[in-house]
Design a protein around this ligand. Structure first.
Ligand SMILES: C[S@@+](CC[C@H](N)C(=O)[O-])C[C@H]1O[C@@H](n2cnc3c(N)ncnc32)[C@H](O)[C@@H]1O
Length: 235
């Protein structure tokens, strides 16, 4: 792993460790307040299922997975959750206990790029604000293909990916190195997704410009990003 990636991962570890230690899932004003809207919109589409197998790549403390588990606790549901941070998986397991879904949630500490996705295995694969944190563009493209191959017929993929991220020192407006391992142009990611998921039913394909201030070491970074949301169904 090169120096740039090591540095980004160190910074990301610091900032995620802080938020995962300080904030309580669903009981906070931070982004851990609730699952993302797209997940709450997709979940009802599985309501006729007796079995549901889900994969959450870069799951964090379970913002989306705990919600899905609660919706499907009455059927045979299992959710494989992967995150690089031990604290994320510890908190995920604790949250699963708090919400009574510990039999559904299976947490693994590891990287997205090294997690082997079995073929034709999942009804639903989600990766929210995490795929851009794999080591490089090759791993990014290869994992998109693995995600595609891991989905069963009629299964659904939900990807939320930051693109064209820019960071500025809020005080001085000087450019900072964006803390994202893979920071690709929006159009390039959309084109890769179109090619890799060719023939799939596109349920959502949007780009939303977002900007916010985040602490980075001793300064505040003003971050802007085009957030790509892709939801596709294998038909
Ligand atoms: C912005 S958070 C999003 C968490 C979760 N998907 C959510 O929506 O609440 C990104 C998560 O991805 C994890 N992560 C970053 N790089 C990763 C990698 N290469 N492999 C696995 N997890 C990673 C981080 O530890 C963090 O928990």
């Amino acid at each position: 792993m090169n120096c740039r990636i090591e540095k980004i991962r160190e910074n990301e570890k610091k900032s995620h460790t802080k938020i995962y230690s300080d904030e309580e899932l669903y009981n906070t004003d931070s982004w851990l307040k609730k699952p993302i809207k797209t997940i709450t919109e997709i979940a009802p589409l599985f309501s006729d299922k007796n079995h549901l197998r889900v994969l959450d790549l870069g799951c964090g403390v379970g913002r989306n997975s705990i919600y899905i588990a609660e919706q499907f606790e009455h059927i045979h549901c299992s959710i494989d959750c992967v995150d690089i941070l031990e604290i994320a998986i510890d908190k995920l397991k604790n949250n699963a206990r708090i919400y009574g879904v510990e039999d559904i949630i299976k947490g693994t500490i590891g990287t997205i790029e090294h997690f082997t996705i079995p073929k034709n295995a999942y009804d639903f694969i989600i990766c929210v604000s995490a795929l851009e944190h794999v080591e490089n563009k090759e791993a990014f493209l290869s994992k998109l293909q693995d995600i595609r191959d891991g989905i069963k017929l009629n299964g659904i993929v939900c990807l939320v990916i930051n693109s064209e991220v820019k960071e500025l020192n809020l005080d001085t407006m000087e450019k900072l190195e964006p803390q994202f391992e893979v920071n690709l142009p929006t159009k390039a990611i959309q084109s890769y997704i179109n090619d890799i998921f060719v023939g799939w039913h596109i349920m959502k394909n949007t780009v939303s410009f977002q900007e916010y201030d985040i602490p980075r070491d001793s300064l505040i970074s003003h971050l802007s990003t085009n957030v790509i949301t892709y939801v596709g169904q294998k038909v």
